[in-house]
Design a protein around this ligand. Structure first.
Ligand SMILES: Nc1nc2c(c(=O)[nH]1)N[C@H]1C(S)=C(S)[C@@H](COP(=O)(O)O)O[C@H]1N2
Ligand SMILES: [Mo]
Length: 252
């Protein structure tokens, strides 16, 4: 599927099927190409499938826009408050020295990395937009290790299809497919605007997924699990978002 005209052909086929014969047909075509998102059931399912499949075929290699330093927002909005659990606050009191990111599931070398270990891996900084589904947004510089490096170090097995990521904050977890997981702009982020990532924005560690809406950028992450199926996680819809009526795939 690397030939762009073939991709365009499939996408126009999807669009025609969606317009002419209904979304269900488009969803079936998408299924033939393995492009079914985990929240494909229910009344919005065929629409979700069409969005995901078309975006995947057209944009899987595209980059989120990166901005010059002059565009960094002066007063970025932190949505919600950091966790108040003793688990979090005692880690915070110790300067997050004992914060760990576990990497498990379908990997050859499961690992548990401290912040110091993550900071010793190759880093990348990028100035991107974080857009909430509620309409507000801001631009910040994010620094971290590309998720692809972390996965590489752990050795993902060939049958793996998704990376599920979990927050220390109850209820917050999400997942991305491998095309997104290996995308160079997805960062296991520990820095913001030249300093540490502040607790309000997910410090000490969050996954930034700049090609999708803000809710995919889960804050306070402690675990990454590589899997070939999302069925065993939550209600099997790929994240908490579809359980609450939002899309699993939130590409922008
Ligand atoms: N753990 C956790 N992650 C989270 C959230 C949250 O409340 N808890 N909110 C999400 C939503 S809806 C958005 S829009 C962004 C907001 O990021 P910000 O707090 O840096 O503005 O974080 C996302 N990640
Ligand atoms: Mo949001």
């Amino acid at each position: 599927m690397s030939n762009p005209s073939r991709r365009k052909w499939i996408v126009s086929g999807l669009a025609m099927a969606a317009g002419g014969s209904g979304l269900a047909v488009a969803a079936r075509i998408a299924g033939d190409y393995g492009l079914i998102p985990p929240d494909h059931g229910g009344i919005y399912g065929p629409g979700e499938t069409l969005t995901y499949a078309s975006q995947r075929l057209l944009t899987r290699h595209s980059l989120a826009r990166e901005f010059p330093r002059s565009k960094i927002s002066k007063a970025p909005f932190a949505n919600g408050r950091p966790p108040e659990s003793t688990e979090y606050t005692s880690l915070q009191t110790a300067g997050f020295a004992d914060w760990k990111l576990a990497i498990d599931g379908m990997v050859g070398r499961p690992a548990s990395l401290s912040l110091a270990e993550l900071k010793s891996l190759p880093s990348r900084s990028q100035i991107t937009h974080l857009a909430c589904e509620e309409g507000w947004s801001f631009i910040a510089e994010w620094t971290g290790v590309p998720l692809a490096h972390v996965l590489d170090a752990a050795g993902i097995l060939p049958q793996s299809k998704y990376v599920v990521y979990f927050s220390i904050q109850p209820g917050w977890w999400d997942s991305v497919d491998m095309a997104d997981a290996l995308h160079p702009q997805n960062l296991v982020t520990y820095g913001m605007n030249g300093g540490e990532l502040p607790p309000g924005h997910g410090g000490p560690l969050r996954l930034r997924v700049p090609r999708q809406l803000g809710y995919k950028s889960v804050k306070y992450i402690t675990r990454l699990t590589v899997t070939d199926s999302l069925k065993g996680f939550g209600k099997g819809l790929g994240s908490g978002a579809p359980e609450a009526g939002y899309s699993w795939y939130a590409g922008i």
